[in-house]
Design a protein around this ligand. Structure first.
Ligand SMILES: [Zn+2]
Ligand SMILES: [Zn+2]
Length: 591
């Protein structure tokens, strides 16, 4: 990076210095910990004579702005290590002393300092040339947190100040706006407000309970997947949740994947241990192997919304995004090499179809390749097969004309894969799914078919899960739609609101008619005021609100207010029902 144009990391790192400088100005006895640049900003850890309060942040921020405006130059210098220790001891910076003594023990003979204005701090470098390279409006002190020195709970707790920093005030404002919107759309918050799911202490962490409203989402997604898969020639299968360890030794999950599996169960009278399944693949492989196969049986596409259990660290659990039980939109496609390209392209097309259906406009596909130097270790040792399959995937991707990038050393053990990232409507990134080629496991599990010449051959296997797991995908959809789902997905599609008691019979008649047509409708009876019921329907983000009073009863009509368009209009009852049914059937996006 040229000296004239500092990188954002250099700006963020310099701001950490300036933060420390401002804090020392406010508390001369402050002891400094560390202060790195991080994603979206920077932080610095301090030991201070008192606990910081949120009101301190604007004061410190003002001091920082003052420093920036003084256009202080950053100057690096190196000191012999013992002099550095003496200097830091003299200035009572015991944490820095500890750091430098650590460097000394590692054999370092000198250390770097950075000086700007009157402030000097231990540092390896990477700064702006002078503070006027930082836009005073481009940063903001964000929050205060506690942090153990060196992240070790046996050490003293320091006070950490987090700051946000971007190239410009505009970028900072955009980030703050996006974050505010993301908080409103947080799937854990909306999950509660819309009564979609919960976690219960008595059930266990990471084990979601789907409430009736959330179950509608689950079932609508399954229905969609099964329809799409049926048309694409998949067969649905079902497999048990409980399985002998033997299967996982065959597949290689044991011992390699053991840490991510629930501990085994020893059943009375049985020698072998049982496990709850962490993946569906081995079971599908056993279905493939249940009868002899010939090339005429291929491609064979086995699909299952399979429930898996993974023993995630409890600290890593996060809402629906990281859970311990999950239902995966899983399928395995067994095919010959000749069929591979077409099959792989069809899977990619399926992803694109779903993206369009859910209005996922920004996505990225990444082809993850092996690293030749890690063959036999991280990757199955078959260089020729790697070369061949990677080329096959590349060709298939090019033919689909979908944009993708390539990265080395990110493949699965048994083959290359496509990793898919998507961005929600407000620009947050989610890792959704992978599409993997597997040339290792079928052989390992003795899967074979008789080819056209009568020889025994091993099929290739494609693992795919375009709709990810219910947990992750619904978590994404909640944020993507901000809880305002398209009618086909919405837990309640229609709120029926009789103006007064006398209109309830008409509403009940409508309810019955809609139930019969499969429409999810809820009558909000006149126990509460009309205004309150209307607000309630809005809060639940129900796509259509039907208010029925004297006029509607007389005219066999409904007054419809659309949640999405905010339009209000009177329709003939039958015309409304017809258009709603079409909207649902075609899985239209809200307009
Ligand atoms: Zn520095
Ligand atoms: Zn699989």
């Amino acid at each position: 990076m040229s000296a004239n144009k500092p990188s954002i990391e250099e700006k963020r790192h310099s701001l950490a210095h300036i933060l420390a400088q401002a804090v020392v100005d406010m508390f001369p006895e402050a002891k400094l910990g560390i202060g790195p640049a991080i994603e979206n900003g920077f932080y610095y850890d301090f030991e201070l004579p008192r606990t910081l309060i949120p009101e301190d942040l604007p004061i410190i921020e003002k001091k920082m702005k003052h420093i920036i405006k003084q256009n202080q130059e950053f100057k690096g210098e190196t000191e012999p290590i013992d002099e550095a220790i003496a200097f830091l001891k003299k200035t009572n910076q015991s944490y820095k002393v500890e750091l430098v003594e650590g460097f000394k023990a590692e054999g370092e003979t000198e250390v770097g300092f950075q000086r700007n204005g009157p402030f000097v701090d231990l540092c390896r470098g990477g700064h702006v040339k002078s503070t006027n390279q930082i836009d005073v409006g481009s940063f903001k002190l964000d929050r205060i947190a506690g942090a153990y020195w060196k992240g070790d709970e046996k050490n003293p707790m320091l006070q950490r100040i987090y700051g946000l920093a971007f190239e410009s005030k505009k970028e900072l404002d955009e980030f703050l706006e996006m974050r505010k919107e993301a908080e409103k759309r947080d799937h854990r918050k909306l999950g509660k407000e819309l009564d979609l799911f919960s976690f219960n202490e008595n059930v266990g962490p990471g084990l979601p309970l789907w409430h009736p409203n959330g179950t509608v989402l689950v079932e609508q997604l399954e229905r969609l997947a099964k329809e799409v898969e049926f048309k694409a020639g998949y067969k649905q299968v079902r497999t048990p949740h409980l399985t002998k360890g033997k299967l996982y030794h065959m597949s290689g999950h044991l011992p390699y994947y053991k840490d991510s599996m629930y501990p085994p169960m020893q059943l009375p009278g049985e020698e072998e241990e049982y496990f709850v399944k962490p993946m569906n693949c081995p079971h599908h492989h056993m279905i493939f192997a249940a009868s002899p196969k010939s090339y005429r049986d291929l491609p064979l596409r086995l699909a299952e919304y399979g429930t898996c259990y993974r023993y995630e660290d409890s600290g890593a659990l996060f809402g629906l995004m990281r859970v311990r039980s999950m239902q995966m939109n899983d399928a395995h496609i067994y095919c010959t090499e000749d069929q591979f390209e077409e099959e792989f392209m069809a899977v990619t097309e399926m992803y694109l179809y779903y993206f369009k259906l859910f209005s996922i406009e920004r996505y990225e596909m990444r082809l993850s390749l092996h690293a030749p130097e890690k063959l036999g270790d991280k990757y199955l040792d078959d260089p020729e097969l790697w070369k061949k399959t990677e080329e096959m995937v590349r060709r298939a991707m090019k033919k689909t004309k979908v944009k993708y990038t390539e990265v080395e050393d990110e493949a699965a053990f048994y083959g290359p894969k496509i990793d898919i990232q998507v961005w929600s409507a407000i620009g947050r990134e989610f890792t959704l799914a992978t599409n993997q080629v597997d040339f290792g496991i079928p052989k390992r599990m003795y899967l074979s078919y008789t080819d056209e010449k009568g020889n025994e051959a091993v099929p290739l296997c494609i693992h795919r899960a375009p709709l990810s797991t219910h947990e992750r995908f619904i978590g994404f959809l909640i944020e993507h739609f901000g809880g305002a789902f398209p009618a086909w997905l919405a837990p309640v599609q229609v709120a029926l609101i009789p103006v007064a008691d006398v209109h309830e019979d008409y509403a009940r008649g409508l309810e019955k008619e809609m139930f019969e047509q499969g429409i999810r409708v809820e009558v909000m009876t006149a126990e509460e005021t009309l205004g309150k019921r209307i607000r309630n329907s809005e809060k639940l983000k129900i796509p259509y609100m039907l208010v029925v009073g004297d006029n509607e009863v007389k005219g066999k009509s409904v007054t419809v207010r659309s949640y999405h368009s905010k339009e209000q209009k009177e329709h003939k009852k039958d015309a409304f029902l017809k258009s709603l049914l079409t909207e649902i059937k075609e899985r239209r996006l809200p307009v």
